[in-house]
Structure formats: structure tokens, C-alpha cells
Design a protein around this ligand. Structure first.
Ligand code: SF4
Ligand code: SF4
Ligand code: SF4
Length: 380
């Protein structure tokens, strides 16, 4: 799981420098997957798939998207032709390979296969996903893992599973480099947050067009600007946490750390970004964060409804401090909620205004003063 030091093999593919004018996206949901990431991305707005595919965004290369779920016009052999052409090197334009779902270990059994896509015309046998990855990844302009299954193994890689499933970087190697010299780009989430995925794709398309520098990734190969902060840092309920005000049951608007939220230690931006068009975001709307973006998900964070072990200590400390602060703030809030005493209807001026330079002019001089003296400011 740990990123490996770069090996000479990792530097082999020559970096593609020319600006790309046209590009294919070969996106397979046929890893060990539920297709949930493909479905999730249909909700993206920043940008939407339609905007990218229909050329509505200035500066991008012309994009041809091939995904058997999203492509309503093509299926079966029609859609597989692009995969065969990419493998043969006859596609005619660079391509980005998007893998959704974890990669099974096909080496640990004597017969059958875990997941496959299309048919080998010579043998009539299904072509295993692993074979497609072996053929296409070294030829791809970039390789993207969509969702936590593809990035780190996810649900199918849980302890005790028979498939030996793993993430793409564990399969290809953490020091893999694409034709353009890029590491694998990981966009985790179960499913992936729609705009996180499309924004990453948009970045790569701008990079391919020569309009953006190398995509910034952290040591787990995630875009740094999307996964650099914790759920807790963007959570609508963080004020309750800070005041030691914890929910004991679902349905409460308070902080839900005591009933299972892992937000303080999880890298994810949905509390800031929301899920669809800015709406939602797990703890914001009452759902505990179950750490679905993380490499150890799900095993490491189960059982989901229990208070995370680390939260016991930190919330105990916050409880003491927070309860005191909350009481003091309640007092201040009560005084802040009252109007100042001088905002009452009376016959005398009681604002505390005590002029030292202003005097009521004598009636005989009023007219002269108003004509001769320019108005320079209130009561000055
Ligand atoms: Fe499905 Fe989640 Fe795996 Fe995506 S990451 S394929 S949504 S289980
Ligand atoms: Fe942090 Fe979770 Fe509480 Fe939000 S609900 S403040 S993320 S612990
Ligand atoms: Fe996953 Fe937690 Fe982010 Fe929700 S808040 S998407 S459960 S990591």
C-alpha cells in the first residue's frame, strides 16, 4: 500500500509534450464494481459530462467518451471496437484510461476469471479486465482510478474476500508513469463525488491541451486541492463539536462524533462542496462520515455506528472546555440579544451624547447661519 521509491522502469515512457487536439476517454466500470461511480458522475455540474463531451468548454481537446453505461448509442461490439483499436495502436488519437472498480488477482486460482470485458475473436473467450489494463495502461496518455475500489481496493478488497482485489496502483505499481509521464491519478470516494471526478478530468484535459502544468498529487496520488483538508474542517456541525455538544441519537442537529463520525481524521471535501450542486455532504445532513475516501475503507473503520476510538479521548477533552465555553457564550448571547437601553421612546435624549462644541444657536441667528455657513457634516 505504501508508495514505492521510483524505479528506473518508472521513467521509461517518454513524456508526451505536444498539445493534444483530440482525445478519447476509455472508461471501464468493469473492475470489481457496482457502476456507482459512473452513475454518480452523471450528477456533476462543475463541469458536467455533457459540457465536456459537447465541446462547451473553451480550450479543451475534442473529447470522445466511451463508457458502456453512459453511451446510449453504442453497446456490445460497437463500444468494444475502441478498446481493441487502443490496444492495437490504431485509435488515431491519445486516450485517457479510466478504471472503475477494484482489480482482482487472477493469479490465485486455477480456472475461471473474476471480471472481463468483450470477447477475444480468436479464442472466443472473455478478455479479463486485468488483460485490458496490461495492454492499455502503458499506452495511455493518463490513467485515472475512479472511486475507492479502483484507487485502494475498497469494498471488494475487504479482509476475507476470495478475489484478492486491490487498487490500481497496487496492481500497476505506485511508480507507474503514463505516456505523458503522469503517475496514476486517484480520485477516491464510494462513490466518487461527481464534481471531484469531473474537475480532475477537466484538469487533465487542460494539461493535455498544454494549458495547465503537471497535476499536483499527494503521496496517495490524490489531487491535492481536493483532498488536502478533513471532513471536520468543513463541517456545518463543527461549532457543536467545539462546544462539546454531542448528539446521542440520529436526527439531532449536533455533532455526531459519538455515534460514529470519523470526520476529524478523514480527507474529503464533501462538507464544503456538497454532493449534488452544492447540496448535501454526509455530516452536514446527518450522516456519519464512514471514511469512504480512505485507503483502509471499509474494514479499518468498522463497525460503522461505534464511536471512533480516537474520538473518545479528544471529545472528552473538548467536553470539559466546551461545556464551560458554551455556558459563558449563552450568557453573552442573552445580553447580545437585548436592545441597548437608550433605544426607547422617551421625551429626553438618553443616548449618552454629550456635545462639547455644539450649542443651540439663538433664534435670531439661525437664518444667517444657514445661508452663510456651508454644511460640512453632521454635528461637526
Ligand atoms: Fe461501487 Fe463504491 Fe466501489 Fe465505486 S467505490 S465501484 S461506488 S463500491
Ligand atoms: Fe466533525 Fe463529524 Fe462532528 Fe462534523 S459531525 S463536527 S465532521 S465530528
Ligand atoms: Fe465518504 Fe466521509 Fe466524505 Fe461522506 S464525508 S463522502 S462518508 S469520506
Amino acid at each position: 500500500m505504501e508508495p514505492q521509491a521510483s524505479s528506473p522502469a518508472a521513467e521509461k515512457p517518454p513524456a508526451v509534450k505536444e498539445a493534444v487536439k483530440e482525445l478519447h476517454i476509455l472508461w471501464t466500470p468493469d473492475g470489481m464494481s457496482c457502476d456507482g461511480d459512473t452513475i454518480s458522475v452523471t450528477a456533476a455540474t462543475l463541469p458536467s459530462i455533457e459540457d465536456v463531451v459537447l465541446g462547451a468548454i473553451p480550450g479543451l481537446p475534442k473529447v470522445h467518451l466511451h463508457n458502456r453505461v453512459l453511451d446510449a448509442q453504442q453497446g456490445g461490439d460497437q463500444i468494444m471496437q475502441y478498446w481493441h483499436q487502443a490496444a492495437e495502436g490504431t485509435l488515431g488519437a491519445p486516450f485517457i484510461l479510466v478504471v472503475e472498480g477494484s482489480i482482482p488477482n487472477e493469479e490465485i486460482k486455477s480456472q475461471g476469471y473474476w471480471t472481463a470485458m468483450g470477447v477475444d475473436k480468436r479464442t472466443g473467450q472473455p478478455i479479463r479486465l486485468n488483460d485490458w489494463i496490461d495492454r492499455l495502461a502503458p499506452k495511455a496518455w493518463a490513467v485515472v482510478a475512479a472511486g475507492t475500489c479502483a484507487t485502494y481496493g475498497g469494498v471488494h478488497a475487504m479482509q476475507g474476500n476470495p478475489t484478492g482485489s486491490m487498487g490500481l496502483a497496487d496492481y500497476l505499481g505506485w511508480d507507474f508513469r503514463s505516456q505523458a509521464g503522469l503517475p496514476i491519478v486517484n480520485v477516491p470516494g464510494c462513490p466518487v463525488q461527481p464534481d471531484n471526478f469531473m474537475e480532475t478530468l477537466l484538469y487533465l484535459l487542460y494539461q493535455a491541451a498544454g494549458l495547465a502544468p503537471m497535476i499536483p498529487l499527494d503521496e496517495l496520488l490524490r489531487p491535492t486541492w481536493l483532498f488536502g483538508k478533513t471532513v471536520h474542517e468543513g463541517c456545518d456541525r463543527a461549532g457543536y463539536y467545539e462546544q462539546g455538544d454531542f448528539a446521542r441519537e440520529y436526527g439531532s442537529p449536533k455533532c455526531i462524533v459519538k455515534i460514529g463520525c470519523w470526520g476529524p481524521v478523514i480527507n474529503c471535501n464533501v462538507t464544503k462542496r456538497g454532493w449534488m450542486d452544492g447540496i448535501g455532504g454526509c455530516p452536514n445532513v446527518g450522516g456519519i462520515c464512514i471514511a469512504c475516501t480512505m485507503p483502509g475503507f471499509p474494514d479499518k473503520f468498522m463497525p460503522f455506528m461505534d464511536e471512533p476510538p480516537g474520538a473518545k479521548m479528544s471529545s472528552a477533552v473538548v467536553l470539559t472546555y466546551g461545556a464551560t465555553i458554551r455556558r459563558l457564550r449563552e450568557i453573552t448571547n442573552r445580553t447580545a440579544s437585548r436592545e441597548p437601553r437608550w433605544r426607547q421612546r422617551t421625551t429626553v435624549l438618553n443616548t449618552g451624547y454629550h456635545p462639547t462644541t455644539y450649542h443651540e444657536p439663538a433664534p435670531a441667528t439661525v437664518e444667517k447661519t444657514m445661508i452663510e455657513a456651508p454644511i460640512t457634516g453632521a454635528a461637526s
